[in-house]
Design a protein. Structure first.
Length: 94
């Protein structure tokens, strides 16, 4: 019963990730794209935890999810700092 709930939660989360992917690809500004990429990374972290629950190996997948979340956070910080200094974070895309 719980496995079915986790499976459907993962499928629903995957569908929601496509909405964030749309924002990351077609966002009118760089800030919209960064927020879309960050949302995808956050949802991927939750998806990794759900996979760990499905395989009954939560201990292993929590470590992977934490490492992925840390890398996602650092990458978004670096990209936002780069675009803020070099290109302008709020400018419209041509």
């Amino acid at each position: 019963m719980m496995d079915t709930f986790f499976l459907y939660s993962g499928i629903f989360l995957g569908i929601i990730m496509f909405l964030s992917l749309y924002r990351a690809v077609f966002g009118p500004t760089v800030l919209d794209r960064l927020i879309g990429v960050n949302a995808i990374g956050s949802k991927t972290t939750v998806m990794l935890i759900l996979v760990g629950l499905l395989y009954n190996r939560v201990d292993m997948f929590v470590d992977i999810a934490l490492a992925y979340a840390l890398l996602n956070f650092i990458a978004v910080l670096a990209a936002s700092r780069y675009f803020q200094k070099k290109k302008g974070l709020y400018e419209e895309a041509p």
